[in-house]
Design a protein around this ligand. Structure first.
Ligand code: HEC
Length: 278
């Protein structure tokens, strides 16, 4: 049996879905998942889950720390800063759309907009700002939008993730994201949770699997494999393709719900975007 089939076989045999089957509140889910990872990775220091695989693998951490000394996203942050300051055709700028100080923007997303009954992501807010100012929307997964997101993330580093699920409508979005996270999909019939909860810390096709905790803290990410900066939804698409499932569109309902769930699961952790990964 190769690794993938072995993982599938084991998860079928043991019916490993303890978090998915219980109807729990978001807060109970959070405590259960954080507790699970604390037990699974007792050596990971408080708050270090934001560093993905580098929190659980000392060898690759050293290389990554070297890379972070001259971070590959540095130029993108500078470009994002220029884009941020550039005036729209009507003379306004992005800053006119956001009510927070620059350093408080990143931490305000994602959130549930009760009136629109929608999840507002940072990228979504940037493009709706453009729309409100009669500018064309930017492409969702990379390029200018990712650079703006990187600049805002950089300025918002150090704040603690604090996603709220307060109303019934918000809870419905949360449940949708949670269901997506635990649902098996694709030809390989694997859930996000298979790779990023139960098998986190194991290798799959030469890659170590990261825990879901902290997954949203550091995006957008410069990936060596991409050779560029990409948004969280770009990564989601890649992970869906890995199990030979059809990816959803960036900023689709499915990925917004998924981001909302994953970000909630990272509550209490520090924002450290943009990041760099293999
Ligand atoms: C077949 C296993 C597999 C499945 C299923 C899978 N992923 Fe991944 N994912 C990976 C691998 C391998 C990586 C790269 C190593 C790492 O960071 O975990 C990765 C990376 C990621 C990252 C980036 C982590 C970081 O530190 O930057 C995110 C976010 C992510 N996956 C989310 C998801 C979500 C959400 C799903 C469900 C839609 C999912 N993945 C399904 C294998 C998987």
């Amino acid at each position: 049996m190769n690794k993938v089939t072995k993982i599938i076989a084991t998860s079928v045999v043991f019916g490993l879905l303890p978090f998915a089957t219980v109807q729990a509140s978001p807060d109970e889910d959070l405590k259960a998942l954080q507790g699970f990872f604390e037990k699974k990775f007792p050596d990971v220091k408080d708050g270090d889950f934001i560093n993905g695989v580098y929190a659980i693998d000392e060898k690759s951490r050293e290389q990554w720390e070297e890379m972070e000394e001259m971070p590959p996203y540095e130029l993108a942050v500078d470009e994002g800063k220029e884009l941020w300051a550039k005036k729209f055709g009507n003379g306004k700028t992005y800053a006119d759309c956001f009510k927070q100080d620059l350093a408080d923007i990143r931490v305000a997303y994602p959130y549930h907009d009760e009136d629109k009954d929608d999840i507002m992501t940072l990228e979504g807010a940037i493009n709706s700002c453009r729309k409100d100012n009669d500018e064309k929307p930017l492409k969702w997964k990379k390029g200018k939008l990712a650079k703006l997101s990187a600049y805002i993330a950089f300025e918002g580093r150090g704040k603690k993730i604090d996603v709220k699920v307060e109303t019934d409508k918000a809870k419905a979005w949360y449940e949708e994201g949670k269901t997506f996270f635990y649902a098996k999909r694709g030809q390989l019939n694997m859930a996000c949770a298979d790779c990023h909860v139960y098998y986190s810390g194991n290798m799959i096709r030469g890659d170590l699997l990261s825990p879901t905790l902290g997954h949203t803290s550091h995006f957008p990410v410069y990936r060596s494999k991409w050779g560029s900066l990409g948004t969280l939804h770009r990564r989601y698409g890649g992970c869906n393709k890995q199990v030979r499932a059809k990816p959803f569109k960036a900023q689709s309902r499915q990925y917004k719900a998924l981001e909302y769930f994953e970000a909630y699961m990272s509550n209490g952790l520090e924002l450290n975007g943009p990041g760099s990964r293999k």
